[in-house]
Design a protein around this ligand. Structure first.
Ligand code: SF4
Ligand code: SF4
Length: 394
């Protein structure tokens, strides 16, 4: 495809624009201004909802905060992985119809969700956009369904060439992901569709920081993908986690504060990471991708040796990307696989209502959610720099 036409097909996709807007912190701004101009009122419903469809996953990735070595699923008293009842999801989709809410699906592994097709059909019928983050191993068998039902965006985790990615995520994983990426590409070619847009997320860890070139310049067929995200692994230090626990207990009477332990890392673990080499590879990868018309999103936003060094040392306040607040609680909410509405992404300790008991409109506008918003005005939680929302909304 010619570069120009490829860009056109990418840039005219609403979902991708929405993602990019989120990345550049324009999403809430655009939505807020639209609301102000046309309705002159605060959001009656969330413009963005992140659905944790299921806690179940078919992989056991080493670094996973849910199923990895220190993962929350292995903590005592969990009682097995939960899955969001389809009835709750359908009610939510219908309740949010006036807002034409954007849904981001994740898990566990979202493609394991038994009601996936029904949910996607309903969302599209309601005029919403939907994206999913997936480990990609079930993509091949779902490619036709995703294209046919109009999924807007699929983001696939791929953390290196086979020898490295399989080490982190399990033997045979990489081949299945590659099959999935190709299957979705072929399906779009066959049907002449441009969606779903297909992205690869590469999470840089202490085990794969040196493999960017091998994946993007050697192994991956760049015709398959529309964009790439290079993100540094998020992590929480013990100090941050304990400070977060104290705040949740003191301010919200919240005692279930264990999620951060799944992301616990000692910054010393990243000591072997050669930032100069990582940045050299990242530069080469980005220019290779750009030559194929593929944009790259970076998390955190500034990839310089100094900034990433501060990041890996958990010296957040000295980062160029440091912000003193997060506006996510005003524009986005999570719904956990247990039906709980959680104002923060991933950190599901504080919840403000269950969809099994009350509708989203009531919870979104309820006292518990508003109390959290009042607390968050102009400040952060100690764990915020470990939250991917921080780099989109803070
Ligand atoms: S695929 Fe995702 S949810 Fe599943 S184990 Fe790996 S990182 Fe965790
Ligand atoms: S950045 Fe902080 S306040 Fe914002 S969603 Fe994440 S944990 Fe919550």
């Amino acid at each position: 495809m010619l570069l120009a036409s490829r860009f056109r097909s990418v840039w005219t996709q609403r979902a991708f624009l929405w993602q990019v807007a989120g990345k550049f912190r324009l999403q809430p701004l655009v939505a807020g201004l639209t609301r102000r101009v046309f309705a002159r009122s605060p959001f009656p419903l969330p413009p963005v909802v992140i659905l944790q469809l299921t806690e179940a996953c078919n992989l056991r990735c080493r670094m996973c905060y849910e199923w990895g070595r220190t993962g929350t699923q292995l903590q005592e008293g969990r009682g097995g992985p939960a899955t969001l009842p389809l009835g709750l999801v359908e009610s939510l989709l219908d309740d949010c119809r006036p807002e034409r809410t954007f849904y981001s699906l994740f898990g566990g592994e979202p493609l394991l969700y038994p009601g996936f097709e029904k949910m996607l059909e309903r969302a599209k019928r309601n005029g919403s956009s939907m994206e999913t983050v997936t480990n990609g191993t079930l993509l091949a068998r779902n490619a036709a369904m995703l294209a046919e039902l109009g999924m807007d965006l699929v983001r696939v985790s791929l953390d290196g060439p086979r020898e490295v990615n399989d080490e982190q995520r399990g033997r045979g994983t990489t081949d299945r992901v590659m099959e999935g990426l190709e299957a979705l590409y072929r399906e779009k070619q066959r049907t002449g569709r441009t969606s779903p847009l297909l992205g690869v997320i590469y999470t840089v860890t202490r085990d794969n920081w040196h493999c960017l070139e091998r994946l993007f310049c050697r192994d991956l067929d760049l015709r398959w993908i529309d964009f790439v995200t290079l993100q540094m692994q998020t992590f929480v230090t013990r100090e941050m986690g304990l400070a977060y626990e104290r705040i949740l207990r003191r301010e919200f009477g919240c005692t279930g504060t264990a999620t951060w332990r799944g992301m616990l890392r000692d910054p010393g673990e990243f000591g072997d990471l050669d930032l100069g080499e990582l940045l050299r590879q990242a530069r080469r990868v980005r220019s290779t991708l750009l030559r194929s018309g593929i944009p790259t999103l970076l998390f955190p936003n500034t990839w310089s040796e100094e900034n990433l060094s501060m990041y890996l040392k958990a010296n957040w306040t000295r980062m160029r990307d440091y912000k003193g607040h997060c506006i996510a609680p005003w524009v986005v909410t999570d719904v956990t696989a247990r039906g709980e509405v959680a104002p923060c992404h991933i950190f599901y300790d504080l919840t403000v209502g269950n969809l099994g008991e009350r509708g989203i409109r009531e919870i979104w506008n309820g006292e518990a959610f508003n109390r959290f918003r009042r607390y968050m005005k102009g400040r952060l939680l100690p764990v915020c720099p470990a939250c991917c929302q921080y780099y989109g909304y803070a």
